[in-house]
Ligand binder design. Structure first.
Ligand code: GLC
Length: 750
């Protein structure tokens, strides 16, 4: 622990006591730098990549294999390089290094962002962030390129797994907790991608056409909460344009708002190869261009010489980068390579259980009874378990605990013949599907097997032998591609499997549990009546199978709540009219810069739904959904009572008593929504304004929970006046167990 305290103390000294000394040191360096050295510093060292054949200015792979980028060392002035590595679910570095043939350098794969948001537990998220920061520090990473925090605008976005929620408050507070965790070890976090990066289809060329109100209340809002609740030392802009201009070139967003209004004072970097005009990016306040190309260096030097880029603008970015470098672990601490993997494996196992969401539990099918010994395990994902998504958010982990292994570790018996059948089928099906995948798809994604058909005979054998059946449905997605619409629905083979297993097991009075090993929303309404219980396990990291077994066995009481709505049909989603559904194809593969040929949802996307995203859309239109935002069951029940509200100056404080009225200890997520009075601005029916996760409450015991928020949080953004307006009147404060399960109502007069 001694080591961990040294860094924050050092950084505090640097930031507080001798800050002026550091600034003077930086001014001195800047005064000695040539124009070329300044251009080299704001452009990354470059990397070997399939997209170009530049020669990197530093051989990153010989230092940290698979590290995403670095800053350029300036030896003449003794300026060292620092290293930037992905990603949100863990440090994304290869496990073997040149010259170290024996030793491995595994990283821990933690749960995906969506699962962390599903915990609604900022303390837990900070713990996970801290473990990731510890690993990054140990391996010599100075900037961790996470968290991913774009809004879940549409269920089919390929990267939703590494993003948090449809709601900006839950998104922003989860991200802030993650940032605080990572940075507690002196490693800089890098929240991304600022902003409105809500589709993968043509992400580098797409123009997100968003109203100012939707930007301020939804797509910028999460970043605003995050910046104000944490102190990120870096931030990454997104690839896309907003209303015609690349975000990394928008001074109004990156400087006027992010820095001057919200108080961000770190380094802003581009996404990799993002943006087209380096001089405009530097002028906008996007300080660093990653991973760095030679033409960008030339463009900056040329720009200053021709006067299209003020050298004072360049100097501002150089100073920010020097400050980041001289407060980075690399210039303070040497990597130990001691990544505490055992401790982190336990953290990922425990944290994953708290983000899993129990969607259905008829007649207390879960937890499994103590008499349960033999389990019939169906579904390819049971054996080929999915710990996370693909692309930069992947992790070179040492292992993945499958459902099979997790259940066996928990003492259950699984039929070995079924395991063998699935193993053989999975291998063959993956090979077939890889061969059939178009273009780069197989290279850039993780090809999944089809679902294995079951014979009546196989099922009947299992019915005889097993006490209960578990069916796992898996989905994976990732960077570069959005999900095809077929991915939202069950395949015919999955649906047949579910019908067969439920029919056979129910015929003899045995139960069926479905486990969803998914990274994003799938269709549930058409089949959720079939099984007795449904657990949404998400993609829970490398210990996933153990985490699921902890829940199924009752060792852990599920307390996750949905951070997004599960709609009935894709067409019910507000943005479905303006999303590239099945428009992803090789010619818009994200690795290629597509020229703007004017294809709707590919070259430009109209955010016609405005602020009405997720429950704001469904609740305001009183639409049926399959599972609502904020929903999740527990093995116990909670009663809400004695709600009170106090207003003191700008601060609103709500207290409510939560009583565990069931038989087992558990945690509750208390949600507070505000319903605004009628005003000249249209408003959603309700909006999340505060939430809190209780500590564990024992059966029969109570906790009084306090929820606080600022009265200005009730404001809406008036784009005619370009400012936030707090409408006077009587607000309903809805204290709830989900967005559609209101337990107590209070009124608040503004
Ligand atoms: C990307 C991703 C970004 C990642 C970066 C470095 O293409 O959009 O999230 O951090 O490259 O790998």
């Amino acid at each position: 622990m001694k080591r961990f305290t040294i860094i924050p103390v050092l950084l505090t000294l640097i930031f507080s006591g001798c800050k002026s000394k550091l600034d003077r040191q930086i001014d001195d360096i800047v005064s000695k730098m040539t124009l070329e050295e300044k251009a080299l510093l704001v452009v990354g060292v470059g990397n070997e990549s399939r997209w170009h054949n530049d020669v990197p200015r530093l051989d990153l792979n010989s230092i940290l294999p698979a590290v995403a980028g670095g800053t350029t060392p300036i030896d003449r002035l003794g300026i060292p390089y620092i290293l930037l590595s992905d990603g949100p679910a863990g440090v994304n570095l290869e496990s073997y290094r040149k010259g170290y043939s024996t030793r491995t350098y595994y990283c821990t794969q933690f749960p995906i962002g969506t699962l962390l948001a599903s915990t609604w537990n900022t303390e837990l998220v900070q713990t996970v962030g801290s473990a990731i920061g510890d690993e990054a520090l140990a391996y010599g990473v100075d900037v961790l390129l996470g968290p991913g925090m774009n809004i879940h605008r549409h269920p089919l976005n390929g990267r939703n797994f590494e993003y948090y929620s449809e709601d900006p408050l839950l998104c922003g507070l989860t991200a802030a907790a993650y940032v605080n965790g990572v940075q507690s070890h002196g490693v800089a976090a890098c929240p991304k991608h600022f902003a409105a990066n809500n589709q993968e289809t043509n992400r580098m060329g797409n123009d997100a056409r968003v109203s100012e109100r939707a930007l301020r209340e939804i797509y910028y809002r999460g970043f605003e909460f995050m910046v104000k609740e944490s102190h990120p030392r870096t931030l990454m802009t997104s690839y896309n344009k907003i209303n015609g201009i690349s975000v990394s070139e928008r001074r109004d967003a990156v400087t006027d708002m992010l820095r001057n209004k919200w108080g961000f004072d770190g380094v802003v970097m581009s996404d990799w190869y993002g943006g087209d005009h380096p001089t405009a990016q530097i002028h906008a306040g996007n300080d660093m261009l990653q991973p760095g190309r030679q033409w960008q260096i030339d463009s900056i030097i040329d720009g200053v010489k021709k006067g299209t880029l003020a050298e004072t603008d360049l100097d501002i970015s150089v100073r920010r980068i020097l400050k980041l470098i001289y407060t980075s672990p690399r210039t303070i601490e040497h990597p130990t390579n001691d990544a505490h993997l055992d401790e982190h494996a336990n953290i990922t196992r425990q944290s994953a259980t708290e983000g899993m969401v129990l969607l259905k539990n008829d007649a207390n099918a879960l937890p499994l009874t103590s008499g349960t010994k033999n389990i019939a395990l169906f579904g390819c994902a049971s054996y080929d378990f999915i710990p996370g998504g693909t692309g930069s958010g992947d992790v070179y982990r040492a292992y993945t605990v499958s459902m099979l292994e997790g259940l066996q570790n928990a003492g259950y018996t699984i039929d070995a013949s079924m395991a063998a059948l699935y193993g053989a089928f999975i291998q063959k099906s993956v090979e077939t599907n890889k061969a059939a995948a178009p273009g780069r798809y197989a290279e850039l994604t993780r090809i999944r097997p089809d679902e294995m058909p079951l014979t009546a005979q196989q099922i009947n054998t299992q019915v005889q032998r097993a006490d209960v059946a578990i069916v796992t449905l898996g989905r994976t997605s990732g960077e570069y591609y959005d999900r095809p619409s077929a991915d939202y629905d069950l395949s015919a083979a999955e649906r047949t499997m579910l019908q067969q297993v439920c029919g056979a097991f129910h015929a003899v009075g045995k139960k069926v549990i479905v486990v969803l090993n998914i990274g994003g929303v799938i269709e549930t309404a058409s089949w959720k009546d079939l099984p007795d219980a449904i657990l949404c396990a998400w993609q829970p990291g490398q210990e996933g199978g153990n985490s699921v077994a902890d829940i199924l066995s009752g060792k852990a009481n599920p307390s996750g709540r949905l951070p997004m709505t599960f709609p009935i049909r894709l067409s019910d989603v507000g943005s479905s009219a303006n999303f590239p559904i099945d428009q992803t194809s090789e010619n818009v593969s994200v690795a290629l810069r597509r020229t703007d040929i004017g294809e709707k949802n590919v070259d430009y996307t109209n955010y016609d739904e405005g602020i009405y995203v997720g429950y704001r859309w469904f609740d305001t239109r009183s639409m049926e959904v399959s599972y609502p935002f904020g929903y999740g069951l527990s093995y116990t029940t909670f009663d809400y009572s004695n709600a009170k509200v106090k207003q003191h100056k700008d601060k609103i404080t709500v207290t409510v008593t939560i009583t565990n009225s069931g038989k087992v200890a558990g945690k509750e997520v208390v949600q507070l929504y505000a319903a605004a009075p009628k005003s000249q601005l249209d408003k959603p029916l309700k909006e999340l304004r505060a939430y809190a996760k209780t500590p564990i409450i024992q059966p029969g015991k109570s906790e009084t929970i306090t929820l606080t928020f600022n009265r200005n949080d009730l404001s809406s953004y008036d784009e005619q006046q370009h400012k936030w307006i707090l409408a006077p009147g009587t607000y309903q404060l809805l204290i709830a167990a989900s967005s559609r399960d209101i337990r107590q109502t209070l009124t608040l007069d503004i």
